[in-house]
Write a protein that binds this ligand. Structure first.
Ligand code: GLN
Length: 233
């Protein structure tokens, strides 16, 4: 099970999100605190972020562990964004080990990361998946249906594969959307912005756990939490 995080708020450096906190994604790549499946996240990593005046997100992904990318550590303190999705990967058995299998995935406009696994056989056929990894097929399906259908897509796929774990985290430059479906997710609301993360990156008591089977939406106006079963299908 991978670990992911999202940020929506005042622009901040990628290093302040991904590398510097005491339990950052960097630390979570070898010592996650709440991971239920897998022990390390050393099968790749990625970060996608939005820059002013450009609809398409920028991405940096790698098949290496995050701790093995000193060039990223060098530039991350000067890369700033107000909308970020980042992830470290623990590959599911049988899935490809390649840069294109690392989240976040994109269709050129949205970003999406997946903590979990799903039986690829239950997914409807999709075009333009970035990799054959289950998460890339799921991302392509979500991009096809649109982010507004994120929760409905999770409910549908979860019904088709009851063993699936479907914690998704998506962004489009103006909002974050996340689902809990079988794994942990925490939220931190500050006066600078809102963070969503598979697990808290520090011991700030303001972190809140999101209950399972929920949709979280973060916009500049605030945060809403909705049980997925109560959303219109
Ligand atoms: N199934 C996905 C993969 O193999 C995600 C794995 C995970 O969440 N650990 O990359």
């Amino acid at each position: 099970m991978c670990r992911h995080l999202g940020w929506l708020g005042r622009p901040r450096t990628l290093s302040s999100l991904v590398l510097e906190p005491p339990s950052s994604l960097l630390v979570q790549s070898w010592a996650p605190r709440r991971q239920r499946y897998g022990t390390v996240n050393a099968d790749g990593w990625g970060v996608g972020f939005y820059a002013p005046d450009r609809a398409e997100p920028a991405r940096w992904r790698s098949a290496r562990p995050l701790w093995g990318d000193p060039s990223f550590a060098s530039v991350a303190p000067v890369l700033r964004s107000g909308c970020v999705v980042a992830a470290v990967r623990s590959a599911t058995v049988g899935m490809p080990l390649e840069e294109s299998a690392a989240a976040p995935f994109t269709d050129g406009r949205a970003l999406l990361s997946h903590n979990g696994r799903v039986d690829r056989a239950v997914l409807p056929p999709v075009r333009d998946a970035e990799s054959t990894v289950d998460s890339a097929l799921l991302a392509a399906l979500v991009f096809d249906r649109g982010l507004d259908a994120l929760a409905a897509t999770v409910a549908e796929v979860g019904a088709a594969d009851p063993a699936a774990r479907l914690n998704l985290l998506a962004a489009d430059g103006t909002r974050l959307l996340a689902t809990t479906w079988g794994d942990t997710l925490s939220v931190l609301v500050t006066d600078q912005g809102t963070a969503l993360a598979s697990e808290p990156w520090d011991d700030d008591p303001a972190w809140r756990d999101v209950p399972d089977h929920h949709l979280v939406e973060v916009t500049p106006d605030g945060l809403t939490l909705t049980p997925i079963g109560e959303l219109p299908a």
